[in-house]
Design a binder for this molecule. Structure first.
Ligand SMILES: Nc1ncnc2c1ncn2[C@@H]1O[C@H](COP(=O)(O)OP(=O)(O)O)[C@@H](O)[C@H]1O
Ligand SMILES: [Mg+2]
Length: 336
């Protein structure tokens, strides 16, 4: 990892209209609410939080698939928002989004080689022979035989399809890859090999990742830093060890308390965090977590907390640093 900032996100907000009958706008969902963070070259930044907190929206907005309502995205110092389509296309090659199920992005009627060749046809002027050389090279670097180019997607396993999905992204030499739940739905044994592959590819191709996952044990294993999102806001961001061993936001504390023990009985329910997140189209006054927070005080119902630097983490909580988690944070480790 270097000290060079490759991506700088400032006060990014995305709102979706809620449409009623006859297309009338009934309200707005704040999918991203003033999100800011930096990404360093070579870094793996984890992005965690419950379903619906805005992880995919953040990924898609960085990619330019989703336009922001406000905010700035600097990629290598240049603003992404407001680009011409041609510039956006050139940029998009260097910033890639890996969908939750990359197998689904493969055309079942096409041989794998053709699916891999397609991005080169669209984005480059390479002749067919050179395109196929590159296809074979990239297949090999994701750990598949070059001969897989002649197979159809249904002829390979789910784990191999993930590798092909990754190969498709790598065809265009990206610098930043947004991995959205990259191991969801894979067997644990296959997960480990895919995670190892991500790490190897990062080293081989000098990649930087945003690693979206709800699996905190995987995040601990893979990431340098972690951002915890709650209802469209980053509520805590910090180095992985500090965030996991010494979580400061009560929401982070509760997420960690809910991790199933690797060698113990499985805790399937989070026994500390009660209720559902607030309605993203109708946030409560004050802190968005106050309705579920066991420590909430009158101030929390009045004022939305600013981000505060505590140790090496930035935390959006009035009382962060003064709170003791009611259950010890999970300290068990997986190894690859
Ligand atoms: N295209 C869309 N139109 C309207 N609402 C959306 C759209 N995409 C996402 N949302 C809403 O935005 C919020 C964040 O969604 P998402 O980014 O998919 O969350 P996550 O990936 O963390 O599960 C949710 O409330 C979701 O329902
Ligand atoms: Mg998602």
């Amino acid at each position: 990892m270097t000290d060079r900032t490759i991506l700088k996100v400032t006060d990014l907000s995305v709102r979706f209209p809620i449409r009623g009958p006859f297309g009338r706008t009934l309200g707005q969902i704040k999918a991203l609410d003033s999100v800011s963070f930096d990404l360093n070259e070579g870094e793996i930044l984890g992005l965690v939080g419950e379903s619906g907190c805005g992880k995919s929206t953040l990924g898609k907005t960085l990619m330019g698939i989703q336009g922001p309502n406000e905010g700035s995205i600097l990629f290598e110092g240049k603003e992404i928002a407001g680009r011409t389509p041609r510039e956006a296309r050139a940029l998009r090659r260097r910033l890639q989004y890996a969908y939750q199920d990359p197998g689904a992005s493969l055309d079942p009627r096409w041989k794998i080689g053709k699916s891999l060749e397609e991005p080169l046809i669209i984005h480059t002027k390479l002749p067919h022979g050179e395109r196929m050389t590159k296809v074979r090279e990239i297949l090999t670097s994701v750990g598949l035989p070059a001969g897989h180019a002649d197979l159809f997607p249904h002829e390979i396993s789910g784990g191999q399809q993930r590798r092909v999905g990754l190969a498709r992204i790598l065809m265009l030499n990206p610098e930043v890859i947004i991995l959205d739940e990259p191991t969801a739905g894979l067997d644990v044994s296959v997960q480990a090999t895919v995670l190892r592959l991500f790490r190897d590819l990062r080293d081989t191709f000098d990649l930087t990742y945003i690693f979206i996952s709800h699996d905190l044990s995987v995040v601990r294993l893979m990431c340098h830093r972690v951002a915890v999102m709650y209802l469209g806001r980053i509520v805590e961001i910090g180095p992985v060890e500090e965030l996991m061993d010494n979580p400061k936001h009560p929401y982070t504390q509760s997420l960690l308390a809910a991790i199933p023990k690797v060698n113990g009985p499985r805790v399937t329910e989070n026994f500390w965090l009660k209720g559902e997140p607030a309605d993203a189209s109708n946030l409560p006054p004050g802190c968005r977590f106050q309705g579920r927070c066991p420590h909430a005080q009158p101030l929390c119902r009045e004022k939305d907390p600013d981000d505060r630097l505590i140790g090496a983490s930035s935390v959006a909580c009035h009382f962060a640093g003064e709170l003791t988690p009611p259950v010890p944070a999970q300290k068990e480790r997986l190894t690859l």
